[in-house]
Design a protein around this ligand. Structure first.
Ligand code: URA
Length: 417
C-alpha cells in the first residue's frame, strides 16, 4: 500500500483521508519501515499537501495516542504555542500571568533541541519541579491553581514522536504541512479550547522569513478551526534573542524578574501582549487594551508572581528558589566580555548566540542528552543600543574556563557599527 502512496504523492496527487489514516496507523504499528516513510516525507517536502490532506494527517496523529479532555474544568482552557527560539522563556511568565488575570491555562511544553531552549528544561532548574505526571493529576492542579505546565508524555501523539525523529535525520523538518500538523496535533490532543500561536521568524527560528511564518500561522489556524478550536496567531521576530538571558536557570531568573514587573522591555511587552490576546479570546476582557491593563496590574502588584509560586509548589517545586532566585543552580565561572569597539549594536545574532549557549551545556545536540541548568549567556544590551570600548557586553556563566575559539565566536555574533 505504501508504495502506491509514495508514487501518488511523488506525482503531486491528493491522498484521501482514509489513505492517510491507514498509512499513519500502519507506521505506528511498525508495519511500514522508516526508509519507506522517509521517501513519503521527502515526496511531501517537494509536493506539499492540500489542506484536506493536512487535516487528515493531523487527525491521524492526534488519534495515535491519548487525548486530554479538559471540558470538565471550570472556565475556558487556554494554551499558547511558540515555534521556539533563543531566550524564549515566554511560557514561564505567560501561564501564571493569564491565570492571575482569571484565565485557566493547561500547558504541555517540550524540551530544547539544538540552539532553541525548551520550557520543560527551564522549569527543571527549580529543584523538585515535576514535569511528568498522570493526566488526572495535571487536571487536578489546573483545577486548583488554574495554571500548570507539563512535558509531552510519551502516550500522547505517538505518531508525531516517531515522525519528528525521522524528519530530523532525513532533511524533512522544514515543510509547512509537516510542521503545522506536528504542532497542531499536540495542541489539539492537549485539550485546550483557545489556542494562541506565536510563530517566530528570523535566523534563530525555523521560519527564516516573515512570509513563511505567516503561511505557517495561517495553516495552523485553519487546522485548529477545523477541530473547533478558537485560534489566533502573532508573528514575532527572532533575529535577536528574546530578553537578555539565554540558558535554563538564567532564564528562570529573568522570568521571575519579569513576574515582578522588572523584566527586559521586549520580553515583558511580548508576555503582556500575548496574555492580553488570550484573555480576550477567552472572553475575560472586552478588548486587547483592557487585557494589557489587567496584566500590567497583575505584574505590578505581584499577583502573577504569586500565581507562579503557587504553580511551582503544586508541581512539587521548592518555592524557596523562586522567592530567592540567587539560590538557583550557579555555574563555577562568570566571565564578563567587554566591547572592543565604540558604536551601536546593529545585530545580536540569535542563532550563533543560541549555539554558543548550547556549547556551554545549556542545550542538547541530540534528543535525550543531559543539559547543564546553570550555564548560559546574559547579555547586557539589546540591538540598537550604544556601547563604548569598555562596556561589558555579556556575563558568560560556564563550568569551564572559556577557550579562545568560543570567545572569538562570541565576538563574531555581535555586530557593532
Ligand atoms: N515543532 C514541532 O513540534 N514540530 C515541528 O515539526 C517543528 C517544530
Amino acid at each position: 500500500m505504501i508504495i502506491s502512496l509514495i508514487e501518488k504523492k511523488k506525482h503531486g496527487q491528493e491522498l484521501t483521508w482514509d489513505e492517510i489514516h491507514r498509512m499513519i496507523d500502519a507506521y505506528v504499528q511498525k508495519q511500514i519501515p522508516d526508509y519507506q516513510m522517509s521517501a513519503f516525507l521527502m515526496a511531501v517536502w517537494f509536493q506539499g499537501m492540500t489542506m484536506e490532506e493536512t487535516f487528515a494527517l493531523t487527525d491521524a496523529m492526534i488519534h495515535s495516542g491519548k487525548v486530554l479532555d479538559l471540558h470538565d474544568l471550570e472556565g475556558v482552557s487556554c494554551d499558547k504555542h511558540s515555534t521556539g527560539g533563543v531566550g524564549d522563556k515566554t511560557s514561564l511568565v505567560l501561564v501564571p500571568l493569564v491565570a492571575a488575570c482569571g484565565g485557566v491555562v493547561a500547558k504541555m511544553s517540550g524540551r530544547g533541541l539544538g540552539h532553541t531552549g525548551g520550557t520543560i528544561d527551564k522549569l527543571e532548574s527549580i529543584p523538585g519541579f515535576q514535569t511528568t505526571m498522570e493526566p488526572e493529576c495535571f487536571k487536578q492542579i489546573v483545577k486548583q491553581v488554574h495554571a500548570a505546565i507539563i512535558g509531552q508524555s510519551s502516550d500522547f501523539v505517538v505518531a508525531d514522536q516517531l515522525l519528528y525523529a525521522l524528519r530530523d535525520v532525513t532533511g524533512t523538518i522544514d515543510s509547512i504541512p509537516l510542521i503545522a500538523s506536528s504542532i497542531m496535533s499536540k495542541k489539539i490532543a492537549a485539550g485546550s479550547d483557545v489556542i494562541l500561536l506565536d510563530v517566530k521568524y528570523g535566523e534563530g527560528a525555523f521560519m527564516k522569513t516573515k512570509e513563511e511564518a505567516v503561511k505557517l500561522a495561517e495553516c495552523m489556524c485553519q487546522i485548529g478551526k477545523r477541530f473547533n478550536r478558537k485560534m489566533q496567531s502573532v508573528i514575532s521576530n527572532m533575529n535577536e534573542p528574546l530578553g537578555l538571558a539565554i540558558g535554563n536557570a538564567l532564564e528562570v531568573k529573568e522570568a521571575i524578574e519579569t513576574l515582578h514587573g522588572k523584566g527586559p522591555k521586549d520580553f515583558q511587552t511580548l508576555c503582556q501582549e500575548e496574555a492580553a490576546i488570550l484573555l480576550h479570546m477567552a472572553d475575560l476582557v472586552s478588548s486587547k487594551e483592557e487585557g494589557i491593563e489587567k496584566t500590567r496590574v497583575a505584574l505590578e502588584n505581584d499577583q502573577a508572581f504569586f500565581k507562579f509560586l503557587e504553580m511551582v509548589t503544586a508541581q512539587g517545586g521548592d518555592a524557596s528558589f523562586v522567592l530567592d532566585p540567587s539560590r538557583l543552580p550557579k555555574a563555577a565561572y562568570v566571565t564578563d566580555l567587554y566591547s572592543k569597539k565604540t558604536g551601536t549594536i546593529s545585530t545580536l545574532h540569535a542563532l550563533s548566540l543560541g549555539l554558543l549557549a548550547m556549547e556551554l551545556g545549556a542545550g542538547r545536540k541530540k534528543k535525550g542528552e543531559a543539559i547543564d541548568p546553570s550555564v548560559g549567556i546574559v547579555l547586557t544590551h539589546k540591538q540598537g543600543e550604544y556601547v563604548d570600548e569598555d562596556t561589558c557586553l555579556a556575563h558568560i556563566h560556564s563550568n569551564h574556563i572559556l577557550d579562545d575559539k568560543w570567545i572569538q565566536k562570541f565576538y563574531e555574533s555581535i555586530e557593532i557599527k
